[in-house]
Structure formats: C-alpha cells, structure tokens
Unconditional design. Structure first.
Length: 259
C-alpha cells in the first residue's frame, strides 16, 4: 500500500474513532437525563400518595366544597398518567411537556383547596391537616430541587447534541433535543411582579405648622432634658441646651439666645 493509502486509512480510522466517541458521549448524557428524572419520579409518587390523605381530612370539614375536592382528585389522576408516560420516555419532549401541563393543573387545584381551607379555622387547627400540609410543602421543595437537576442534565445533553461537529452524529443517530420540565405554564406566572415607588416631596414639620402654633412653641417651656437654673424673682430663668444658653426673662416678649 502506498503512503497516500496509509494516510487515507488513518484519516478514516480517526473519523470513525471520533464518531464512536461522540455517540457514546451522547448516550451517556441521555442516560443521565433518565437518572435525573428518576429522582423527580420518586418525589412525585410521594406527593401523589399524600394528596388523597389530605383530601380525606379536608372532606370532613368542607362538606360544601365537593367540587374543589373533586378537582384535586381528578388533577392528581391526570398527573399520575402523565408521569407514567414521561417515565417511559424522559427525553421525549411531548411526554415531558404533558407532565408539565398536568403538574400545573394539579398545583392550581391544590392552591384553590388551600385557599378554601383558610376560611375554616377548625380545618386549619386540625393536627393531621397541619402535618400533611407540612409534608406536602417539604415534598414540593424536593421536587423543585430534583427538577433543577433534571433541567441541568437536559441542558448538557442539548448543548452536546447541537454543537458542531457532534451535531452530525446526533442527526445521523436520531438524537432528538430533550425538553426541560417547566415549573410554570402561563405568561402571567412567568411575569415578574411590577413594583412602583411613588415620590413624596419632603415637607418639614415646621413648615406644616401655622404662624400661631410656631409662636406658641417658641414661648413654650424648654423640652425635656434641658437644664434650667432659676434666678431670683423678676430675673427670669436660664436654660442650658448643648452649647447655647437660653434665657427667659420676666416680662420679655420672647426668648433670647445668649452664647
């Protein structure tokens, strides 16, 4: 074989080795997505198990809120079905999107249930209800952490599959982009709260007082903490306030400051 043939063979071998390495890297990242979703699935199952108990406790107090309780049960069933589909294909964008929508409906139903329970003091004071609410809130936090870890793995996979030249292997091998698990669905939920500050012009307290009130304050007795020394009759008194001496003479029209 000629030198040119050996060079071509080496180039082909290098390309083949690189393609295998790129493929294995994409497979590894895809498996990490499945593992991260498994952590979410564990927490979702725990929450799905808590919700029926929460509804049963609330049912004893909310006889007139049957529609609210039924909405929670139906949303839980839909979320369970969506979770089962996503569990089978955690990198499928349609399956993960369906789970996000179902979780949004379930979260809204639970929010309405909690809002209704605020109007029933006996339900709020129930020890079992308080315990279940705390466990549900703790589970929600765990779901949030697991969701963030899942989305991080999805980002790593999508970056690797969409960068050149690994993009060629991803397209040839059929690696489709994975979808992130969103925590909010509507634009209203994603919109940041708008905060407005109103400018209020500062007006001194002295300016708000009328001339009569200001005159009365000037002729009033010294404030607390001012030391006064009484003089003989007819001589008035002298008050020491800081570095200045305020003299109040008998029969004087006002107060005079003497340094």
């Amino acid at each position: 074989m000629t030198t040119t043939g050996w060079v071509l063979l080496a180039i082909v071998a290098a390309l083949l080795w690189w393609a295998i390495a790129a493929y294995n890297r994409l497979v590894e990242l895809r498996n990490r997505i499945a593992n991260a979703f498994g952590q979410i699935d564990v927490q979702l199952k725990r929450r799905y198990d808590l919700i029926p108990n929460l509804v049963e406790v609330a049912r004893g107090y909310l006889q007139h809120e049957a529609s609210t309780l039924q909405a929670v049960i139906e949303a839980r069933s839909q979320a369970q079905g969506a979770a089962a589909v996503a569990r089978a294909a955690p990198t499928n964008a349609g399956a993960v999107g369906g789970l996000s929508m179902a979780e949004g409906v379930l979260g809204a139903s639970l929010g309405r249930l909690m809002a209704v329970s605020e109007r029933y003091p006996e339900l709020k004071a129930d020890a079992t209800m308080q315990q279940l609410s705390e466990e549900l809130a703790s589970t929600e936090n765990r779901v949030g952490f697991a969701r963030q870890a899942f989305n991080d793995q999805v980002l790593d996979f999508n970056n690797a599959a969409q960068q050149f030249p690994a993009l060629i292997v991803a397209r040839l091998a059929g690696f489709a982009p994975a979808a992130m698990l969103a925590s909010t669905q509507s634009d209203e939920e994603r919109r940041a709260p708008r905060v407005q500050f109103k400018y209020v012009k500062h007006v001194s307290r002295h300016a708000l007082l009328g001339p009569t009130t200001r005159r009365a304050q000037r002729n009033a007795a010294p404030a607390a903490g001012v030391r006064c020394r009484h003089r003989p009759a007819g001589a008035g008194r002298a008050c020491l306030a800081g570095a200045g001496l305020v003299a109040d003479g008998a029969g004087a029209a006002g107060a005079a400051a003497v340094s």
